[in-house]
Design a protein around this ligand. Structure first.
Ligand SMILES: Nc1ncnc2c1ncn2[C@@H]1O[C@H](COP(=O)(O)OP(=O)(O)OP(=O)(O)O)[C@@H](O)[C@H]1O
Ligand SMILES: [Mg+2]
Length: 281
C-alpha cells in the first residue's frame, strides 16, 4: 500500500502540489491524469526521492520515502519523462549498467537481463545500439530498465508521450503483462485514452489539486453516462449536455434541429467537466 498524505510542494511562492492525499492499493494500476503544469512530474520526483516535499509525506508499506531509505528505493522502478539511455551503447549494455547500479551479482545479471528482455519481447534487439532504435522501442526499453531489479512498484512519468498509436499499444500490452504479473503500476499521463484503457483508478490532477479520484466508470457516471453534443449556431460552438438516462437524452435531442448527436460519455468529458469550475449535477 502506498499512502500519499497531505503532500505539499512549493517552489518559492508557487504551489505545485497543494496538499494531496490518497492511497494506492498493492497490485493496482493507478493513473495520475492532468494537463501541462498540473504537478505530475513533481509527484513522480518526490516518489523517486529526487526532491523533498515541502510538507506531508509518501509512504510505501508504512515506510516513509526519503533520500536515505535505500530499502524503499529498491521497491520502486522509475521511468522518467525524458529518455535516459546511453545512446552509443547496446540495449544489453544499458541494462547491464542498470543491473550494476542496483548491485545485482555478475552471476545473476545475465539471467535477469535476458529474462526481462524476453518478457518485453525485445531479445532480438539486445545487440542494437540505442541510437538505432525507434522512439517506441526506446520508451519500452526505459520500462525494461526500470524493472531490472524487480521492483514491486513501477512509476512512470508519461511513458508513451509522442508515440504513434501502434507503438503506444505495444507499450500498453507490455504494461498489462507487468500488471498481471503483480506489479503495482503508477502512471502519469495527459492522454485520457491511456488512463481509460489501462488504469483501474484515476486521480484527476489540476493545478496541484486532486479534483476527482475514482474508477473510470465511476468518474463517467458522476458526469452522466450519455452525452449529447449540439452545435449551437448562435454561440458558434458545440454544447454538450450529460444524462444518466438515455431516454432523457433522446427527449432533449428532439427539441433541437441541426447537428445533434448522442454518444457514450468518455473520460475526456469527465476530465473537462470535473476540472472546470462548474458544479455538475
Ligand atoms: N524547479 C522548479 N522551480 C519552479 N517551478 C517549478 C519547478 N519544477 C516545476 N515547476 C512548476 O510547477 C508546476 C508543475 O510542474 P510539473 O513539471 O510537476 O507539471 P507536469 O504535470 O509534469 O506538466 P507536464 O505535463 O508539462 O510534464 C509547473 O507550473 C512548473 O512550472
Ligand atoms: Mg511532467
Amino acid at each position: 500500500m502506498i499512502r500519499v498524505d497531505r503532500l505539499v510542494k512549493k517552489y518559492e511562492n508557487f504551489t505545485a502540489l497543494n496538499s494531496i492525499s490518497f492511497s494506492i492499493g498493492r497490485g493496482s494500476f493507478f493513473g495520475l491524469l492532468g494537463p501541462n503544469g498540473a504537478g505530475k512530474t513533481t509527484f513522480v520526483r518526490i516518489l523517486s526521492s529526487l526532491t523533498m516535499p515541502t510538507s506531508g509525506e509518501i509512504s510505501i508499506e508504512g515506510r516513509k520515502i526519503n533520500r536515505n531509505n535505500s530499502e524503499t528505493k529498491r521497491r520502486i522502478g522509475i521511468v522518467s519523462q525524458h529518455i535516459t539511455l546511453e545512446r552509443e551503447l547496446s540495449v544489453y549494455k544499458n541494462l547491464e549498467l542498470q543491473a550494476r547500479l542496483f548491485g545485482i551479482d555478475k552471476k545473476e545479471r545475465h539471467e535477469k537481463i535476458m529474462g526481462e528482455l524476453e518478457f518485453a519481447d525485445l531479445v532480438d534487439k539486445k545487440e542494437e545500439q540505442i541510437k538505432n532504435l525507434s522512439g517506441g522501442m526506446k520508451r519500452k526499453l526505459m520500462i525494461v530498465k526500470a524493472m531490472i531489479h524487480k521492483p514491486s512498484v513501477l512509476v512512470m512519468d508519461e511513458p508513451t508521450v509522442g508515440l504513434d498509436v501502434a507503438s503506444r499499444r505495444k507499450i500498453w500490452d507490455y504494461l498489462k503483462k507487468l500488471h498481471m504479473a503483480g506489479t503495482t503500476i503508477i502512471l502519469t499521463t495527459h492522454y485520457i485514452e491511456e488512463a481509460e484503457h489501462l488504469c483501474d483508478r484515476v486521480a484527476l490532477l489540476n493545478r496541484g489539486n486532486v479534483v476527482a479520484l475514482d474508477t473510470v466508470p465511476a468518474l463517467i457516471q458522476k458526469v452522466g453516462l450519455f452525452a449529447l453534443d449540439r452545435f449551437d449556431e448562435e454561440e458558434d460552438k458545440t454544447i454538450t449536455y450529460f444524462f444518466n438516462d438515455r431516454d432523457l437524452a433522446v427527449e432533449e435531442a428532439k427539441k433541437h434541429t441541426g447537428d445533434v448527436k448522442i454518444r457514450n460519455t468518455n473520460l475526456e468529458d469527465a476530465f473537462v467537466q470535473l476540472t472546470s469550475e462548474r458544479v455538475v449535477g
